[in-house]
Design a protein around this ligand. Structure first.
Ligand SMILES: NC(=O)c1ccc[n+]([C@@H]2O[C@H](COP(=O)([O-])OP(=O)(O)OC[C@H]3O[C@@H](n4cnc5c(N)ncnc54)[C@H](OP(=O)(O)O)[C@@H]3O)[C@@H](O)[C@H]2O)c1
Length: 282
């Protein structure tokens, strides 16, 4: 029997760590389920792997967790993961990709370096991982993108809302919209152009727009892939800080549900934005 494989990015801590643990715990299938915990720091990722393996013990015999390094901002690192998966498991081996890795600056500061890093990690990192792993996806594979309610369209001017949500938008045009923001931050013209003083929000608008483009472009693909973007809630992690109201166990509920459920109301709704296991308006 072939094995089922999931990859979770940015999983050495926070919501990513929780997603790995809960995928392993909530999986109910008969096939073996192998979850790759990935992180940019090998030391931190392997320490988390040991912690998760200890917690799982022998109670979930069909679930197994393994490790691979992945820095989503480095194409060479993404390529190494793809090559490893192909060599170890064959050409079409991935069932679930959870794009969780993300970065946010502390505080509301908008500057060029912060804009480059935030969009570079949250939008381009996620996009490059997705396009590199896409050819390895199995039939009915799922790509689950962690976005945020900070990425709702309403943060943009009406004109930009139209551009980001244009049903004919291409990935190249979306890249340009994201790059325009980065450059406008450098020139301090971003507000004139209709962007908010919220770099993180713009990066997450890009994640939802990309999810919709992929769902549209793969609608007739014979692999029958499923794409979803979601907000995990306001969750107490290093990113959101101690004032956030939700626990990690709460934050993982929607991504794990979208990754594992067979409910047709989910699988027939590719390209949507989800909060609390429900389709939300963008
Ligand atoms: N917490 C919330 O309230 C909330 C709300 C909405 C959305 N989100 C989203 O949820 C996701 C997880 O965030 P979190 O709250 O769990 O934050 P977190 O605890 O800060 O975890 C972020 C994870 O992303 C990793 N990461 C950052 N840059 C990376 C890179 N270049 N390559 C690979 N991994 C990288 C981090 O690794 P290092 O340890 O090496 O930095 C860490 O493992 C993010 O996409 C975030 O935007 C969170």
């Amino acid at each position: 029997m072939s094995i089922k494989i999931a990859i979770v990015t940015g999983a050495n801590k926070g919501i990513g760590e929780g997603i790995v643990l809960h995928l392993a715990k909530q999986y109910k299938g008969d096939q073996k389920f192998l979850i790759y915990l990935t992180s940019r720091s090998e030391d931190l990722g392997k320490a988390t792997l040991e912690k998760i393996r200890a917690e799982l013990g022998s109670k979930y015999p069909n679930s197994e967790v393994d490790y691979h390094q992945l820095d989503v901002t480095k194409q060479s690192s993404i390529d190494k993961l793809a090559e490893y998966l192909k060599a170890k498991h064959g050409n079409q081996c991935v069932d679930i990709l959870v794009n969780n890795a993300g970065w946010a600056s502390k505080g509301p500061k908008v500057d060029y370096e912060i804009a480059k890093r935030t969009i570079g990690t949250n939008y381009y990192g996620l996009k490059n991982v997705t396009f590199t792993i896409l050819p390895l996806m199995k039939m009915c594979g799922r790509i689950i993108n962690i976005s945020s309610t900070s990425g709702k369209l309403k943060i943009l001017s009406p004109e930009l809302q139209k551009k980001y949500s244009d049903p004919n938008l291409t990935v190249e045009e979306l890249d340009k919209l994201q790059d325009t923001f980065i450059n406008a931050v450098k020139d301090n013209t971003f507000e004139q152009l209709g962007y908010p003083a919220q770099t993180y929000g713009v990066s997450k608008v890009g994640v939802i727009a990309l999810t919709k483009i992929l769902a549209r472009d793969y609608r007739h693909d014979p692999h029958n892939l499923f794409f979803a973007a979601l907000c995990p809630g306001w969750i107490r992690t290093d990113m959101a800080g101690p004032r956030a109201t939700g626990t990690i166990d709460e934050g993982v509920q929607t991504p794990v549900y979208l990754a594992l459920t067979d409910e047709s109301r989910v699988t027939s709704n590719s390209g949507e934005f989800w909060t609390r296991k429900t389709i939300d308006i963008w």
